[in-house]
Design a binder for this molecule. Structure first.
Ligand code: PGA
Length: 257
């Protein structure tokens, strides 16, 4: 049976950048630059800070660029000062929520267990999770990359059925490549992506494993995007720094066509 052709998903994680007017200017420019891309082959999403979601959602009306959030709480509502819930994000028009980004694991106490709870909330609200996994430099140098990534994948997916997981997005983001300008080589990325897909095959089944989108993230730029996205198991990119410039983000998206 021929391998299923997966669409590519290029998502821009703005992190804690851009005021509302700055974010609107960015998406306005972006919409123009990507209007002619074949939407059935490459899907685009932007993940602005929570405060800009509503304004950006309005600006994206009628465009094929989707809206994503950078995080959410696992409860639907309640006394959780400063938090934002999945139903609130769904209500604003979010299609995706990034869960378990390494910056949240590193600075905000995110664990495999809380990633699992947040993923449950995202799915329960009818959105698609983008679940981030990835090893630190010390873990890679100790030859623990696959062990760490597989633990994170298994932890995030605990309790989910194959039919749910088939629609998920995973993002392999080696921590040492994020914001450092140091990208994994396409061979390093492909090796981990393949290992994750094999793990999905063991946890679920081959068909499910073939349907899950696995993005690469970590210093993706216009000049390395096509090479990374050309790998058989790299189904897109989660882009930080380069997503803050419409021209760079659009060029990366073109590398996925
Ligand atoms: P970067 O960030 O592209 O700036 O390295 C990627 C990410 O953190 O998702």
């Amino acid at each position: 049976m021929a391998a299923q052709v997966r669409r590519k998903l290029i998502a821009g994680n703005w992190k804690m950048n851009k005021t509302i007017p700055e974010g609107l200017a960015l998406v306005r420019e972006l919409k123009g630059l990507v209007a002619s891309l074949p939407g059935e082959r490459v899907e685009l999403a932007v993940a602005p800070p929570f405060l800009s979601l509503q304004a950006v959602a309005k600006e994206l009306e009628g465009s094929f660029v989707k809206l994503a959030a950078q995080n959410c709480h696992w409860e639907a509502s309640g006394a959780y000062t400063g938090e934002v819930s999945a139903p609130m994000l769904k209500d604003l028009g979010c299609a995706y929520v990034i869960v378990g980004h390494s910056e949240r694991r590193q600075y905000f106490g995110e664990t495999d267990e809380t990633v699992n709870k947040r993923t449950r909330a995202v799915v329960g609200a009818g959105m698609t999770p983008i679940i981030c996994v990835g090893e630190t430099l010390a873990e890679r140098e100790a030859n623990r990359t696959l062990e760490v990534v597989e633990r994170q994948v298994a932890g995030a997916l605990k309790g989910f059925q194959a039919a749910e997981v088939a629609g998920f997005v995973l993002a392999y983001e080696p921590v040492w490549a994020i914001g450092t300008g140091r990208t994994a080589t396409s061979a390093q990325a492909q090796e981990v992506h393949r290992a994750i897909r094999e793990q999905l095959g063991r946890l679920y089944d081959r068909g499910t494993a073939e349907r899950v989108l696995i993005q690469y993230g970590g210093s993706v730029k216009p000049d390395n995007a096509a090479e990374l996205l050309g790998q058989p198991d790299v189904d897109g990119a989660l882009v930080g720094g380069a997503s803050l410039k419409a021209g760079d983000f659009a060029a990366i998206a073109k590398g996925g066509v």
